[in-house]
Design a protein. Structure first.
Lengths: 244, 254
């Protein structure tokens, strides 16, 4: 575990070694606020809650999480440092977990910086703070799932742009999974079980259940299992690349 | 005592065979030079020994530990300088070496002592707090060596340790390798022939993935073809170069 934390520390500091962190945080806050106020009409709703803020998170993360995650392995492969890392006497999962954790904590930091919104709704009215807290945690978990997918895709290539695009495409499938558009395309030919399985993969469906304050446990289990699975796959990808 | 051993290593990338049946062993106290034209399979072989790549068939051992089945134990005994001496550009020399030491499980006091010794020995004091992306090639290479020596390993695999260095730096690097040699098994790849004479106790010549020679530099010299005195050389070559060209071109022609 301490090895994973060493990797985490190095990786997390890496985000701040360049202006990348500041740029990312600024973009994240600007877009999050923009979506809340202009696309979801935060004020016109006349309700003191943050559902207008959380509503757009799956779409926001779809682009921004791959931007954080794309460098995790692709950059190491490009610069050759992956040879140093993979020949240290450590287990691959320690590297995989440490790197993902750094990206996840960074995403958590971005999310935490939106706290003024939370304070604002408390000044304007009396929101259900339990639901808001659950929504924040749910949003962070969903970010973790996007990041685990991004890290896994990043391990496949040394090209960060490809890693970004790949992660966005896979993320898009998860975001869209619950929409009728997708399900209607599958329904005519696939058995019912498959249709239901696809619908159950929906990021938006699970996230909405968390922000609505109902049935949180299955949604949390879903995101956690997806993270674990993607990180496991990440380890397998690293192993497979050794033999390639 | 055999510290490095490879048995019939084969590595294929698709239809291309990069390494084709390489077997050799290195004892403590030996410095083995890996020679060969570019693309001969030197780096690939070293990557397999270091455990970064898995062989298609065959196996490699570090201090008796299989680099695949017992990889963690093998890596503990190994210091590896990858091709190009890669390092994290955003870290300082100090934080990079401390990171490697910690990842290798050295406690803080031990790491501090070890790094202080290496700073002295490899002459890193003036760049200690500089970022890696601001280092010259020579210093980058030296940091790469320091990184490989942090845990005082029995085995050193150095992929082109003197590549890109100026003559003075080359000389220093060779001296360093010589002083390390008695207590370790060292494998050094190079395509600079004078280096083999300068530091190696044995030379292995590889071309197109195959081992063409495994002998002392003196024995290699003996394989140099006799010069034809009637032909004047446009470019003057050393006897070792003649031997190298003779051995590698002979194979290419066949």
């Amino acid at each position: 575990m301490s090895t994973a934390l060493l990797v985490f520390r190095r990786e997390f500091a890496g985000y701040f070694a360049t202006p990348l962190a500041a740029v990312f945080l600024a973009v994240f806050l600007a877009v999050a606020a923009g979506m809340t106020f202009f696309m979801a009409n935060f004020f016109d709703r006349g309700q003191a809650d943050l559902s207008a803020f959380f509503l757009w998170h799956p779409w926001l993360y779809l682009v921004l999480m791959p931007a954080i995650g794309m460098r995790l392995w692709a950059e190491e492969r490009r610069s050759g440092t992956i040879e140093l890392l993979m020949t240290l006497p450590v287990q691959p999962w320690q590297l995989v977990f440490g790197k993902w954790l750094a990206a996840w904590v960074f995403a958590g930091l971005a999310l935490a910086l939106t706290a003024p919104l939370w304070i604002t709704v408390n000044v304007l009215g009396s929101p259900d703070n339990g639901v808001i807290l659950a929504s924040y945690l749910g949003s962070w978990l969903m970010a973790g799932a996007f990041l685990a997918i991004s890290a896994c895709v990043s391990a496949l290539t040394k090209n960060q742009v490809l890693a970004f695009i790949g992660a966005v495409v896979i993320g898009f499938l998860f975001v869209m999974a619950g929409f009728d558009l997708v399900l209607a395309a599958v329904r005519p030919w696939a058995p019912d079980v498959v249709v239901q399985a696809i619908a159950a993969m929906s990021f938006i469906g699970h996230f909405q259940r968390i922000t609505d304050g109902v049935l949180e446990a299955p949604a949390i289990i879903f995101f956690v299992s997806l993270i674990v699975f993607a990180l496991w796959l990440n380890v397998q990808v690293l192993d497979a690349r050794k033999a390639a | 005592m055999v510290l490095v051993e490879t048995r019939a290593l084969v590595k294929k990338f698709g239809a291309f065979t990069a390494v084709d049946g390489i077997s050799f062993s290195v004892d403590r106290g030996e410095v083995v030079g890996f020679l060969g034209p570019n693309g001969a399979g030197k780096s690939t072989t070293m990557k397999i020994i270091a455990g970064f790549l898995e062989p298609t068939s065959g196996s490699a051992f570090i201090a008796g530990h299989d680099s695949r089945a017992d990889s963690i134990a093998a890596r503990r005994r190994l210091g590896y300088l990858p091709e190009g001496a890669p390092a994290y550009p955003d870290m300082t020399v100090a934080s990079f070496l401390e990171f490697v030491a910690a990842m290798r499980g050295l406690s803080k006091p031990v790491a501090r002592e070890r790094l202080a010794e290496l700073v002295e020995r490899i002459d890193l004091a003036e760049v200690w707090n500089r970022r890696m992306d601001a280092l010259s090639k020579g210093f980058k290479r030296r940091v790469g060596i320091a990184q490989a020596l942090v845990h005082d390993p029995d085995v050193l695999i150095l992929d082109e340790p003197t590549d890109g260095l100026d003559p003075n730096q080359k000389h220093e690097m060779r001296e360093l390798i010589r002083t390390l040699a008695p207590n370790k098994a060292i494998v050094v790849s190079t395509h600079i022939l004078e280096e083999v004479e300068a530091i190696c106790t044995r030379a292995i010549i590889i071309a197109r993935g195959r081992m063409l020679a495994d002998s002392t530099p003196a024995e290699l010299l003996a394989r140099a073809p006799a010069r034809d005195p009637s032909q004047t050389q446009i470019v003057r070559t050393t006897p070792l170069e003649d031997a190298f060209r003779h051995i590698t071109l002979e194979q290419a022609g066949s």
